[in-house]
Design a protein around this ligand. Structure first.
Ligand SMILES: [Zn+2]
Ligand SMILES: [Zn+2]
Length: 416
């Protein structure tokens, strides 16, 4: 089904695939709107629009157009089954501070699966997941100065928020109470009432929450950096990694494999802990000094107090204190994996006996997001990816859950 089949003519209120609605849609999609603050992407569409509504002057027509929602199509969850299906929907109009991005690729994060399945609480459906998004700017609002039409842009886990508040400057946007996360988050401006993510052909975001994707990295390689990259980069920076520092990385999936590569690039000695034995050769190839296959939790005992710091990306409940104990006293341990119900199990005595600074970190701020993209592009730190089509998403999700992903699935948005 195409988007046009479900179109509603805003003048007549009638649903139907009329020549007029098709023309209007083309016009809207091209975002060639006079007087609305949007930059023109192509003058010829103006004539299509005036032809479509001859009874209106161009200016009146344009004024109406500026309030038009953005038409999108993508893949959505409709229930907790974990099965996604095609869906056409509407996003908000491109506001004065917004950018419209034509999505080229969106990658699959384990968080998408957890949230759509309701593992983190009840969800509103239909809901489009996806918070690793790259594409080309197709329209910008009149107040936008950081982007112009045609720029390469990326969007991660946040799409809107206070952006100028001191809380954001001091602590990062992800810790601001006003921040709107990329999907399933209440958002008044969204026609569906919630933010809708990147498994789709376009997205409208506040320009503060888009980053530049430099020319020296392919779109498909950049996508996973928007969540997996920054979520590991942010805490790794705080470890102050340098040659000789022993850093543990637990859970070598989408996040973990990037954590290994990033830590190696800083010269650290990386100890990678995985439960999947057949990843060992890959992980060595990423530059890890040692790969520990944790087929039994008691194996961690051999590493007691050995590491300076550790990042744990496991997206499942696990015995935290056993992993923490691999870090030496007063070292730092950071949790970034988000399990079902956000629950992990901590033995208080074991945790206190290791006297490690335990913390958890939520993604990274917008500056760090831009930094990790630039850093990875410049240092050729690229995720291991498999590009898939939209119809392969459900299969890919199963592979992620079954630990078969190697290591990030990237959806070609042309197939939505
Ligand atoms: Zn994610
Ligand atoms: Zn704020």
């Amino acid at each position: 089904m195409s988007a046009d089949d479900k179109s509603v003519n805003p003048e007549s209120g009638k649903t139907g695939r009329t020549e007029q609605s098709v023309s209007r849609r083309r016009f809207i999609q091209s975002s060639a709107i006079v007087g609305s603050g949007l930059m023109l992407t192509g003058a010829p569409q103006l004539f299509a629009a005036t032809n479509a509504a001859p009874q209106l002057s161009a200016a009146t027509n344009a004024a109406k157009e500026m309030k038009m929602n953005t038409q999108s199509k993508g893949y959505a969850a409709f229930d907790t089954s974990g099965i996604l299906k095609p869906w056409t929907f509407e996003r908000r109009p491109v506001g004065d501070n917004d950018v419209l991005i034509d999505i080229k690729f969106a990658s699959i994060c384990h968080s998408d699966i957890h949230q759509m399945k309701g593992h983190w609480g009840p969800q509103q459906y239909p809901q489009v997941p996806g918070h690793e998004i790259v594409g080309i700017v197709a329209a910008v609002g009149k107040n936008v100065t950081r982007f112009k039409v045609g720029d390469r842009a990326g969007v991660g886990c946040m799409v809107d928020g206070c952006k100028s508040g001191t809380c954001c400057e001091e602590h990062g946007e992800q810790y601001c109470p006003d921040t709107v996360f990329t999907y399933g988050y209440p958002q008044e401006s969204s026609p569906t009432g919630i933010s809708q993510g990147g498994y789709s052909n376009n997205i409208v975001v506040n320009d503060h929450f888009a980053v530049h994707i430099p020319e020296n990295i392919r779109f498909e390689d950049a996508a996973p950096l928007l969540c997996a990259g920054v979520t590991t980069y942010s805490p790794l920076l705080k470890f102050d990694l340098k040659p000789g520092v022993k850093v543990g990385v637990a859970g070598i999936g989408g996040l973990g494999h990037l954590a290994v590569k990033l830590a190696v690039s800083k010269g650290a000695d990386v100890y990678a802990f995985t439960t999947t034995a057949d990843k060992a050769d890959d992980i060595k190839g990423f530059g890890a000094k040692e790969v520990i296959v944790v087929d039994d939790i008691s194996k961690l005992g051999e590493y007691r107090g050995q590491l300076d710091c550790m990042i744990n990306t496991l997206p499942v409940n696990y015995d935290v204190a056993s992993y923490v104990a691999t870090v030496k006293p007063f070292g730092t341990y950071t949790q970034v994996g988000m399990p079902e119900g956000f629950q992990v199990t901590v033995n208080a005595l074991a945790l206190s006996a290791s006297r490690v600074n335990f913390n958890a970190s939520l993604i990274g701020d917008m500056k760090e997001t831009q930094d990790v993209v630039n850093y990875c592009a410049d240092h050729k730190i690229l995720p291991e990816i498999q590009v898939i089509s939209a119809e392969q998403i459900n299969e890919a999700w199963e592979s992620v859950v079954n630990k078969k992903a190697r290591y990030r699935y990237v959806i070609d948005a042309a197939t939505f």
